[in-house]
Every structure is written in structure tokens, then in C-alpha cells.
Design a protein around this ligand. Structure first.
Ligand code: NDP
Length: 484
């Protein structure tokens, strides 16, 4: 059994409860993990609280040095961690390696910032005697990091990187189905010298361990990535204690392809943007609006490319020139996709390729990459988040129509436009209701820029130097008594 990581040591749940972790490509159990109760979460939070006193007072360079040693341990184990991530999550090994590299890059970004956190100084009016003011930035305390199953390691990094570099301590709760790589990473950081209690991991369910963590009075900051409905619940639990919350939630990113677009680049960008990670990405390209004059050509190239995906276990390679797509993480994801697709086709949508659960491979939670035309804009396939490999494509007559339909969504995470027309780029940048707009670029989260949603896609930002502010509190100090 893989164990939780609390106060620097591997531990079982106090109740003794455990659950299997299933390989989504084979449907076979590969490991078991403890199922934490509220008492285990409390132990982890208390350990983090004890560790905060020392960690928060350390020299920033000292913290950075230890975190860098942790990063090096992870780098040295990257191939075996990628294999583990592939088996618990379902993604191909190459994508798992990329995710781990992204984790390392993201954490290093904040390690580099550890010694660059600044407050300020200001002279004050002398009416009450000579005085000056300082604005001090200091770490907040125990931070909760709640992570979904789609990018378990990247999204762990976006939380522990700024939290630990700024001097906070962390209790992480990975998704129920994908805790194994996270547990190993916690062990590696501990082996690299991270003091006990600074980074703890509890495994368990959202409704029990997740809620106990969000509600715990000693947790001051909650960084959550997951579905919009879960985000509402997290906000409701954290609200009464005024915890500092960031919510990175679902998305339904629109893509606008204009008549002057580099068609080849746009098709490639859309295909990777939609079908990477078997479509289980918050910032996936989820709806495509193509100008009528290039629609047929775009769709033809799109379908030809999507047909190159070959389903199979993530540790095997596709026959060239095909591209490997792994299974979905869990059967429930597949069931939701099937229902969303059925709703659209019952209302006139046409399946251009793919179309549901394939006959092969027989075992595993696979879903054929699917392209759909003529989906009604009020169908589930368009209005809900589609968290898997289905892509609806729409024909539009103008940029006005494209922007209107793009904004016809409860979500506002990412968006993109493919054009060289500077006026259209300007309009897309200002008029698309999304936290991010990519221009002639596939949807991809950069570590250097703040990333997050508008509307039902959440509040707060991860990535970029800005994100470290969410892990610091601001305190003002007035220094007087300076007279003779
Ligand atoms: P969920 O919301 O189901 O779960 C996310 C995490 O929250 C899991 O660790 C889960 O635990 C936990 N959780 C569930 N219920 C509660 C609760 N009541 N209290 C506290 N924690 C809880 O999301 P999914 O795992 O299904 O992830 C997919 C979603 O994440 C998609 O909507 C996707 O768009 C979004 N996402 C957003 C990103 C962004 O940056 N905006 C990035 C990546 C994904 P458990 O697994 O045990 O249920």
C-alpha cells in the first residue's frame, strides 16, 4: 500500500480504511491508498501549523536551496514518475513526461522568486510627529492545495511552488484516482531536506477529506482546481472564515478561425488543443467557430488529422504516422461524454468522425476522438463543459457572430483567434469574455503569465509572479518616536 505523507513520514489512515487505484487502460488495480478521515486531515494540518513557525522564518535563500534540492530529486526520477503517472492517470508516457517537466519548470519559477518578494517604505505626514510607514509581505500560514485528476502534477506545482517559496506550509489533497505520483514527489522533497510538516499529502475523498481540509480553522488559504460545482461548495465552506480562496474551475474555450488564418497551423493547434490528454483539460479548445469561406477546407483537414489518433495504453506507442491517445481517467467521465453527445445528435448534430465508446480496445475507459457539426448552440455539448475528446465545429459569417457565440457560455477561462488582421486581434483581445486569449497559438498554460477564469471558470490566478501574492499577506507598520 502507498501511504499518506504527514509530518515527514508515511502513514496509514487512522481508521485503517483504504481503496484501490485503478489503471484506466486495463481496469486493473495497481495499488491501494489510505482513505483519510477528518482526524487524518487534522493531523496533517497540525503538522503543517507546527512546521510553519520555523519554515516561515528561514532565510529565503535557504528555503530556495532546499526546494531546489527537491526539484533535482524529482528530475532524477522523471522516467519512473512518468510511468507511474501514466498508469494512474491514463495519459501517454510522453505526455506524462511533459507534465513532470512542466511541474519542474513551474516550481523553479517560484523558487527563483523566493528572495525577490518585496514590501515598501514611505515617508508619512508629520502632523502626529515624525514617522515613516512600511508595507510588509509575510507568508499566510497553512495552505490547502486541492487538485483534480487531469493534470495532477502540473496543478500540484502551481500550488506548492508559490506557497512553499513564500514561506507557507501545505496540505495537499490529490484527486481520489490520481494520488500516487504526488505521494512519491512528497517523499522525494522530504529526502532532499524539506523539514517534516512543510509539505503533507492526504489521500481520500473530496466530500470527506477535501471538506475537512477546506473547513479546518487552521487552514488560512485554499487553492482549489476542479469542477465548477465543487468550486461553489469550496467557496461556501471557506467563506464563513474569510479564507483566502482561489478557484481554477471548468472551461469551454472558444476558438475563432478567420479566413486569413494559416490553416495548417490552426488545424494543428486546434487538434492538440482539444485532444491532448484525451481532451481532459480545463483550457482545451472546446468549441470552434470557422468563417464560412474556409469552413469546408478546415473541417476536411481537421477530420483527417483527428483520424490519426490511435487509442491504446499510454505505455505503448502508436503505429506511425498515428498518434497515441490514452483512456479517460474514469468510467464516469466516459458516461458523461456519451450523454452529452447523445443529446446533441438527438437534436440534429452530425458526427464527422469518432462517435463514442469504441469496440477496441476491449478493456479500459476509452472514447473515440470525435468531431461534430451542426450541434445546436443550446445543447449540452455546447453549453456544458465537455471534458473529453469531442469537438463541435460551427460555421460563422462574421467576427461579430463569432464573438457573440464564443461569449454565449457560462464559462470564461481561455479563448483564441487565428488571424493576422490586427483589428480583429484587437477586438478578440478586448471582447472575448475569458481570462486568457491566445492569438495564433494553441491553448497552453504558460508559467510566466497569470492564468485563471472569469464567470463560472473561477476567481484568482495561478502562474506568473502575480500568483505569489495569493500566498502573502500585507501588513502595514507605522514607525514613530523618531523625534529628539
Ligand atoms: P472535481 O471538482 O470533481 O475534483 C477536484 C478536486 O476536488 C479533487 O481532489 C476532488 O476530490 C476534490 N473535491 C471533490 N469534492 C470536494 C468537496 N466537496 N470539497 C473539497 N474538495 C472536493 O474535479 P475533477 O477531478 O472532475 O476535475 C476536472 C475539473 O477540473 C474540470 O471541470 C476542469 O475544467 C477543472 N480544471 C480546471 C483548471 C483550471 O485551471 N481552471 C485546470 C484543470 C482542471 P475527489 O477526487 O476525491 O473527488
Amino acid at each position: 500500500m502507498a501511504l499518506m505523507f504527514i509530518d515527514g513520514v508515511p502513514v496509514a489512515a487512522r481508521s485503517g480504511a483504504e481503496r484501490p487505484i485503478i489503471d484506466p487502460a486495463t481496469e486493473e488495480p495497481i495499488e491501494t491508498v489510505p482513505v483519510a478521515g477528518a482526524e487524518d486531515v487534522d493531523a496533517a494540518v497540525q503538522a503543517a501549523q507546527r512546521a510553519f513557525a520555523d519554515w516561515s522564518h528561514r532565510d529565503a535563500d535557504d528555503r530556495a536551496h532546499i526546494l531546489r534540492a527537491g526539484v533535482e530529486r524529482v528530475r532524477a526520477e522523471l522516467p519512473s514518475l512518468a510511468a507511474l503517472l501514466c498508469h494512474e492517470q491514463g495519459k501517454p508516457v510522453a505526455e506524462a513526461s511533459g507534465e513532470l517537466s512542466h511541474f519542474l519548470h513551474g516550481v523553479e519559477f517560484y523558487i527563483d522568486l523566493a528572495s525577490k518578494i518585496r514590501g515598501s517604505y514611505t515617508a508619512l505626514p508629520s502632523s502626529l510627529g515624525p514617522a515613516y510607514g512600511m508595507v510588509i509581505k509575510r507568508p499566510i500560514g497553512v495552505c490547502a492545495a486541492i487538485v483534480p485528476y487531469n493534470f495532477p502534477i502540473t496543478l500540484l506545482g502551481t500550488k506548492i511552488g508559490p506557497a512553499l517559496a513564500a514561506g507557507n506550509t501545505v496540505v495537499a489533497k490529490p484527486a481520489e484516482t490520481t494520488p500516487l505520483t504526488t505521494l512519491r514527489i512528497a517523499e522525494l522533497f522530504a529526502a532532499a531536506g524539506l523539514p517534516p510538516g512543510v509539505f503533507n499529502v492526504v489521500t481520500g475523498s473530496g466530500p470527506v477529506a477535501g471538506e475537512a481540509l477546506v473547513s479546518h480553522p487552521a487552514v488560512r488559504r485554499v487553492a482549489f482546481t476542479g469542477g465548477t460545482e465543487t468550486g461553489r461548495r469550496v467557496m461556501a465552506l471557506a467563506g464563513p472564515r474569510f479564507k483566502r480562496v482561489s478557484l481554477e474551475l471548468g472551461g469551454s474555450d472558444p476558438v475563432i478561425v478567420c479566413p486569413d488564418a494559416d490553416l495548417d497551423a490552426a488545424v494543428k493547434g486546434v487538434v492538440i488543443g482539444r485532444f491532448f490528454n484525451a481532451g481532459q483539460a480545463c483550457l482545451a479548445a472546446k468549441r470552434v467557430y470557422v468563417f464560412a469561406e474556409i469552413y469546408d477546407q478546415f473541417v476536411e483537414q481537421l477530420v483527417a488529422r483527428v483520424r490519426r489518433y490511435e487509442l491504446g495504453p499510454g505505455w505503448t506507442k502508436a503505429a506511425r504516422p498515428n498518434v497515441r491517445m490514452g483512456p479517460l481517467n474514469a468510467p464516469a467521465v466516459r458516461d458523461t461524454l456519451s450523454a452529452q453527445l447523445a443529446d446533441a445528435t438527438a437534436r440534429g448534430a452530425r458526427v464527422l468522425c469518432g462517435g463514442g465508446v469504441p469496440p477496441e480496445p476491449e478493456r479500459g475507459f476509452y472514447f473515440a476522438p470525435t468531431v461534430v457539426a451542426d450541434a445546436p448552440h443550446d445543447s449540452r455539448l455546447v453549453q456544458e463543459e465537455v471534458f473529453g475528446p469531442i469537438l463541435p465545429v460551427f460555421r460563422v459569417a462574421s467576427l461579430d457572430e463569432a464573438i457573440r457565440l464564443a461569449n454565449d457560455s457560462a464559462y470564461g477561462l481561455g479563448s483564441s483567434i487565428w488571424t493576422s488582421n490586427v483589428k480583429w486581434i484587437h477586438r478578440a483581445a478586448h471582447e472575448l469574455d475569458a481570462g486568457m486569449t491566445w492569438v495564433n497559438q494553441l491553448h497552453y498554460g504558460y508559467d510566466e503569465l497569470p492564468f485563471g477564469g472569469l464567470k463560472d471558470s473561477g476567481i484568482g490566478r495561478e502562474h506568473g509572479p502575480e500568483a505569489i501574492e495569493y500566498y502573502l499577506e500585507t501588513k502595514s507598520v507605522v514607525v514613530g518616536g523618531l523625534g529628539e
